[in-house]
Design a protein around this ligand. Structure first.
Ligand SMILES: [Zn+2]
Ligand SMILES: [Zn+2]
Ligand SMILES: [Zn+2]
Length: 156
């Protein structure tokens, strides 16, 4: 979150996007606020815990309309389910762990998005640069070291 970002209430986010404020929409926004980069299944679980019976399709529909109106951002790393987050419109990037699928935000650059200036946009008007960094998260680095050491012992 950028330091100058003004936190908007969920109701404000919906109204600003021209959407009616409904309980399922508020519940989905709440789920995304506490579970950034959640997949639809995770969102569904959190919403059901908060609201009780909610149809799977209902939650999918809310996620769809939130993404369509720019309230949420949908992205899908290769090999992963689609994930959703509230931090939209800043063209930030993601770093994904190859081993456990952990996703973290990576800022493009403070206040601007230099990667949107393609060196040769081929006449396109560029509005998004989807950059995914792949690597090994700190937790998996630790467990890899353990595994490598163990293998080293058994191979010796
Ligand atoms: Zn990992
Ligand atoms: Zn993100
Ligand atoms: Zn960038």
């Amino acid at each position: 979150m950028k330091p100058d970002a003004v936190p908007a209430s969920p109701e404000q986010l919906l109204r600003a996007a021209g959407l009616r404020v409904t309980k399922p929409r508020l519940a989905v926004l709440g789920a995304l606020a506490t579970h950034p980069h959640a997949g639809a299944d995770t969102v569904l679980g959190v919403v059901r815990r908060d609201l009780g019976a909610v149809s799977t399709q209902g939650v999918y529909d809310v996620l769809h309309v939130l993404a369509e109106r720019g309230v949420a951002r949908r992205f899908q790393p290769a090999g992963s389910v689609a994930r959703y987050e509230l931090r939209s419109g800043d063209n930030h990037h993601h770093v994904v762990c190859r081993h456990c699928g952990t996703v973290e935000d990576v800022d493009c650059a403070t206040g601007e998005a230099p990667c949107l200036d393609a060196s040769d946009p081929q006449g396109f008007v560029i509005d998004e640069a989807e950059v995914t960094y792949w690597g090994t998260c700190p937790d998996c680095q630790n467990s890899n070291e353990t595994r490598t050491n163990q293998q080293g012992v058994s191979n010796a």
